[in-house]
Design a protein around this ligand. Structure first.
Ligand SMILES: [Zn+2]
Length: 266
């Protein structure tokens, strides 16, 4: 291993990877090209090591490269300091004649998923923090551990988890608070009907309709609310600033509550 300087960063060149696999096992699926120490933490430059990748639609592997690009991913911290992974990935052609996907981006098992801006290690750590202490305290705790994030991101990530994951991670005090919360709702049973997306013929709704949704909702895409409000002949969209699906936990709930109250008379 040797070091050199590049701008404000210190670059560490790796001569052997034996102990790298021990320290950073989640990077076993990539080739680490260099590591830079930056003012805030560490930057790791890497590329994928396999020749082919499976198409996410048909599963057929392809080795015909369309293009290459860098992904910037927040990774799990090292010694409490933030780590950014700059990963060079490829976009492949899918040549399967019956597949509708023209090109696709490769993913690294156990490291990347979809268009996420975090590695799976970073995401898992934040989910654990979010489950244990959602809200501003969770964001402060994560920042102290080298996982800078916002309260909105922390809560939005949680709302994308399965019910089973959330329930298994909750403690009796959490469950007591949730039961109290759901008991205050009219149904008393939470959002059972809300979690399943069903085809909606919105044009058949002839009465004036108020659609309330937030952009930080990890369960229901905001675009769906926009589409619904525009499809209903007399639909209006009200945007909530809530950090998740529960709009009445947003700071603007008093305003939205007033819109709901005044809506029938409008
Ligand atoms: Zn395909």
């Amino acid at each position: 291993m040797s070091t050199g300087s590049f701008g404000e960063s210190v670059i560490i060149f790796w001569c052997g990877h034996d102990w790298l696999d021990v320290l950073l096992p989640h990077l076993a699926g990539v080739v680490v090209e260099r590591v830079e120490r930056t003012s805030s933490g560490m930057r790791i430059w890497a590329c994928t090591k396999v020749q082919t990748a499976p198409c996410p639609s048909c599963g057929v592997r392809s080795g015909r490269v369309h293009s290459r690009y860098d992904r910037k991913l927040d990774d799990a911290p090292v010694a409490g300091r933030p780590v950014v992974l700059r990963l060079r990935v490829r976009r492949f052609f899918c040549d399967h004649p019956e597949c509708e996907v023209g090109t696709f981006s490769e993913q690294v098992d156990g490291l990347t998923v979809g268009h996420a801006r975090r590695t799976l290690s970073s995401r898992t750590a934040l989910e654990c923090i979010g489950l244990a202490s959602a809200g501003r305290t969770g964001a402060r705790l994560a920042a102290g551990l080298g996982l800078p994030t916002s309260r909105s991101t922390l809560l939005a990530d949680l709302s994308a988890l399965s019910t089973r994951q959330v329930v298994s991670a909750s403690v009796s005090e959490d469950r007591r608070m949730l039961i109290e919360l759901f008991s205050r709702m009219r149904s008393g049973r939470g959002f059972l009907n809300d979690l399943t997306a069903v085809p909606t013929d919105a044009r058949g709704v002839i009465k004036p309709t108020l659609v309330i949704a937030g952009r930080n909702d990890g369960s229901v895409p905001f675009a769906r609310a926009e589409a619904l409000a525009s499809a209903v002949p007399h639909g209006s969209l009200v945007e909530s600033s809530a950090d998740g699906h529960f709009i009445w936990l947003g700071l603007d709930w008093p305003v939205i509550s007033g819109r709901i109250r005044d809506f029938p008379a409008a």
